[in-house]
Ligand binder design. Structure first.
Ligand code: NDP
Ligand SMILES: O=C(O)C1=N[C@H](C(=O)O)C[C@H](O)C1
Length: 254
């Protein structure tokens, strides 16, 4: 005896002809429990996803357009799974406000959908209180629009929160004279250095140091397929997670 047939989740992809979006489209197409109903890229009619009856939209577009896209999804009553970067606290507040009158709707924004990147952020937060020094180096392909990366910004935020909770002083640094940018960008009080290099995909090192030792937490996405399982998990789970969720860790019981 077989149970009742479960309808596939109807999925639309924004940025579907981009580097990550193209891989997401292929994976959704191949998954039996998902149905790729619309692919929208720059210049296409955004309403295609609504017209096609998408229940979940995946966004891998550009930091300049992602907030408008999320607003569109919320207005249309479509859950959103967002990988696009360029987020800050006011933008998250804005999304929460848009979601208020739609209590059944979910938006997931994850700075990084690769399992190792999620784990490395957690490891960095765990280690932070044991090391007086911390700096982050993120390394990406040269087609990346934003610096620092969303992952690096989130890592800095998590590390800074752990340090603050432990009552730590700022990292030691005797620099009194510097060329602009030589010490990187300060993100939540953490120095973040951004490398853009042909041949790279997405990489990050969190460097920590204290008396007589250093700890390096490194993650490498050597292929964009690394992001796909996390995105599919988000697509499958988002309808059961109303409100705004920031970070894939919440779906991984971390
Ligand atoms: N969270 C995560 O795990 C990851 C996040 N990212 C982030 O995802 C985003 C996309 O990355 P990536 O795939 O490498 O970038 P790409 O530039 O390769 O792809 C983005 C695609 O979106 C299209 N696009 C631009 N504007 C719109 C719009 N308004 N509506 C629909 N499509 C649009 C672009 O078209 P055109 O080129 O013609 O402008 C392009 O085809 C970036 O912010 C990146 O940082 C990337 C990897 C993993
Ligand atoms: O642009 C990319 O490529 C990536 N963007 C995300 C970020 O900014 O952290 C995730 C990953 O690093 C790849």
């Amino acid at each position: 005896m077989t149970g009742p047939e479960v309808e596939p989740i109807r999925v639309g992809v924004l940025g579907g002809r981009g580097k990550v979006g193209e891989q997401v489209c292929r994976a959704v197409d191949e998954a039996e429990d998902l149905d790729l109903v619309a692919v929208v890229d720059a210049g296409d009619w955004l309403f295609n996803v609504a017209d096609a009856g998408a229940q979940v939209v995946v966004d891998f577009t550009h930091p300049d357009v992602v907030l408008d896209n999320v607003r569109f999804c919320i207005d249309q009553g479509i859950h959103a799974v967002v990988g696009t970067t360029g987020w800050d606290a006011p933008k998250f507040d804005q999304v929460r406000a848009w979601l208020e009158p739609k209590p059944d709707l979910g938006v997931l924004v994850a700075p990084n959908f690769a399992i190792g990147a999620v784990l490395s952020m957690r490891f960095a937060a765990m280690a932070a209180r044991f090391y007086e020094s911390v700096e982050i180096v993120e390394l990406h392909h040269p087609a990346k629009a934003d610096a620092p990366s969303g992952t690096a910004a989130r890592t800095a935020e998590l590390v800074a929160a752990a340090r603050a909770e432990a009552g730590m002083a700022p990292p030691p640094d005797a620099t009194t004279s510097e060329l602009d940018g030589a010490r990187g960008a300060l993100v939540h009080g953490v120095h973040v250095h951004s490398v853009r290099l042909a041949g790279l995909v997405a990489h990050q090192e969190v460097l920590m140091g204290t008396q007589g030792e250093t700890l390096t937490i490194r993650h490498d996405s050597i292929d964009r397929s690394s992001f796909v399982p996390g995105v599919l998990l988000g697509v499958r789970e988002i309808s059961g997670r109303p409100g705004l969720t920031v970070g894939l860790e919440h779906l991984l019981d971390l």
